[in-house]
Design a protein around this ligand. Structure first.
Ligand SMILES: Nc1nc2c(ncn2[C@@H]2O[C@H](COP(=O)(O)OP(=O)(O)OP(=O)(O)O)[C@@H](O)[C@H]2O)c(=O)[nH]1
Ligand SMILES: [Mg+2]
Length: 266
């Protein structure tokens, strides 16, 4: 009983104190010239509105990762491997982009909620590659898949495709990171990523000369690559270009997963 009495008294005291403060506050407000008051309230409203608007219009960070590369390099198998943890053996040449938004298979068991990734697998056939332009502007990262097994005959074509990506306006302006993924490393005859990296740099160096010769004639607004007069190296790109290895067939995809997570955050 005594406890509740004491508590009541304390509440009463607090009430009185509050009323006093309120009175003093009102007195103070009355002392301020009305114009100053209006200006003050106006500024307060304006700043809250501005804060709300910037919140609203602040662009959400993209979660799109694009899988690109020549036909037969293994994009579709990688897509299924990342989504389901299995290769769905026996894929055929894709005619349509393969799209999906999901939490990576290897991360499903993780406790902390991870942001789903929007993964797009763009067919490698030259006539279907135009689709890439629809996805690059919103990409958080590009995975360029290379067939490490059958690399040499495809080196030129793959380098041309990569050149187009590295000089794409969105990739250059937004500095979209690119991962060159040497796939099919489950086979012992697969080339190493160091070798593929070197060969592609050499090939792009040659392309740089021939392409810039064309661009002076007609096709321009292409971004140029590298430093004039210096041998081309991926380190000269404004965006990050890295090399990694994978095997879509056996499910060795940890390096791609790491790349995806580095670029798709909460
Ligand atoms: N040994 C081996 N073969 C692979 C690997 N990944 C893909 N392949 C084979 O390569 C072939 C092409 O794989 P896809 O995933 O269909 O190739 P893609 O890049 O989607 O090709 P397009 O859809 O035509 O652009 C298939 O026969 C696969 O079995 C791998 O990691 N190791
Ligand atoms: Mg495919």
């Amino acid at each position: 009983m005594e406890g509740t009495e004491q508590w009541k008294v304390q509440v009463e005291q607090l009430k009185v104190q509050m009323e006093q403060w309120l009175e003093r506050g009102l007195e103070f407000v009355h002392q301020i010239p009305p114009i100053q008051l209006y200006v003050g309230v106006g500024v307060l409203l304006f700043t809250t509105l501005l804060l709300l608007l910037t919140r609203l219009f602040k662009r959400r960070k993209s979660n799109t990762i694009v899988l690109s590369g020549l036909s037969g390099s293994g994009k579709t198998i990688l897509f299924y491997q990342l989504r389901d943890g299995s290769s769905h053996q026996g894929t055929v040449t894709s005619m349509e982009p393969n799209e999906g938004t999901f939490v990576l298979h290897s991360e499903i068991a993780k406790k902390d909620k991870l942001k789903p990734v929007h993964l797009v697998d763009v067919p490698g056939h030259s006539r279907l590659r135009a689709k890439l332009d629809d996805f690059l502007p919103q990409a958080a990262g590009v995975v360029f898949v290379v067939d490490a097994l059958d690399f040499l005959p495809n080196c030129r074509a793959a380098s041309e495709y990569l050149y187009d990506i590295l000089t794409n306006a969105s990739v250059v302006k937004k500095k979209i990171p690119v991962l060159i993924l040497c796939n099919k490393t489950d086979k012992v005859t697969a080339h190493t990523k160091e070798f593929i990296n070197r060969q592609m740099e050499k090939e792009i160096d040659k392309l740089r000369v021939s392409r810039s010769a064309i661009s002076t004639a007609d096709i321009s607004n292409d971004f140029t690559l590298g430093i004039p007069g210096k041998a081309f190296s991926f380190t000269q790109c404004y965006n990050k270009v890295a090399v990694a290895e994978a095997s879509g067939l056996t499910g060795e995809v940890s390096e791609v997963e790491q790349f995806i997570r580095e670029n798709v955050k909460f």
